[in-house]
Design a protein around this ligand. Structure first.
Ligand SMILES: Nc1nc2c(ncn2[C@@H]2O[C@H](COP(=O)(O)OP(=O)(O)OP(=O)(O)O)[C@@H](O)[C@H]2O)c(=O)[nH]1
Ligand SMILES: [Mg+2]
Length: 263
């Protein structure tokens, strides 16, 4: 038995993230990335002046939302705080993690800096572990060209197993391609297959043991492999967020199983 839609999807966006979908048909798109890679520039270029800002509920971190229309479909873009990881070491990381994990956006765009890909890809791999619905936006392509750096977008796409788009958000270059990819992922017209990171044999064994138990508790609501990894790390913040976002349903349906993870 999984969770009901009372506690997930659009009702949860409204209740827990204070995000109201004006048009109930709008697709929700999260914009993630390291600090200073051009997320807000992408956000502003796509949404123009049609944006709302506030704080994430209970947090001092800014929450910006805006709409755009592409191919007759409406998209709500949510600009997440800049983070280097999703390991919830800071309020910003926790907000970004919780939104991707529990807000269930239709797609997550990870914006990276084309001039320092290596540092940025850490976050990309973490988002890919959490969700299949990812598009990689390699921004600052003009800066990369200026520095003589060439980025092989095709190879990157094949290696990661997700759509990759090169952009110069400041001038608008590549943004139509980005909207095309987001459209296709959100409507299920393109299925991605993000490459899994394989961990050492003992960790993989532990994951194998935990996944069926987690599937039994969470159904399709949370990615069981990702939750298993967090449990193995002893990430208390995820348990707190599960408690905060999914508490009622899980406790009414599955109290014994979840309780054991809290002990
Ligand atoms: N040359 C160039 N500069 C860009 C591009 N995109 C953004 N910038 C500049 O990069 C700087 C940072 O852009 P932001 O959009 O604020 O970056 P951000 O990721 O939202 O930053 P945080 O919210 O602080 O994490 C700004 O000065 C932008 O004008 C681009 O494609 N090319
Ligand atoms: Mg910003």
């Amino acid at each position: 038995m999984g969770l009901t839609c009372q506690s997930c999807g659009k009702a949860l966006l409204n209740d827990k993230f204070n995000i109201k979908l004006g048009n109930h048909e709008a697709f929700v798109i999260a914009l993630a990335g390291n600090p200073n890679v051009g997320k807000s520039t992408v956000f502003n270029a796509l949404t123009g002046l049609k944006q709302h800002t506030g704080n994430w509920p209970g947090k001092t971190v800014t929450n910006a939302r805006g709409h755009y229309t592409h191919k007759d479909k409406e998209f709500m873009l949510v600009d997440l705080p800049g983070t280097y990881s999703l390991l919830a070491n800071s309020v910003e990381e926790q907000v970004a993690r919780d939104f991707i994990c529990f807000g269930k956006p239709n797609a997550t765009v990870v914006v990276v800096d084309a001039t320092c890909l290596e540092r940025n890809l850490n976050l990309v791999l973490q988002v890919m572990e959490l969700t299949d619905h990812v598009v990689l936006c390699v921004n600052l392509m003009d800066e990369a060209r200026r520095k003589g750096i060439s980025v092989d977008l095709d190879t990157l796409q094949k290696s990661l197993g997700i759509p990759v788009v090169g952009t110069t958000a400041r001038s608008g270059e590549g943004l139509t391609n980005l909207m095309d990819e987001v459209h296709d992922i959100s409507l299920g017209l393109k299925i991605t297959s993000p490459k899994n990171i394989n961990y050492s044999k003992d960790i993989e064994e532990e994951i194998k043991g935990l996944v069926p138990k987690l599937e039994n508790i969470f159904g399709n609501t949370l990615n069981p492999r990702w939750v298993a990894l967090r449990l193995l790390e002893g990430d208390q913040t995820l348990l707190d967020s599960i408690h905060q976002f999914l508490y009622t349903e899980i406790y009414s349906n599955k109290d014994t199983e979840v309780a054991c993870f809290y002990e």
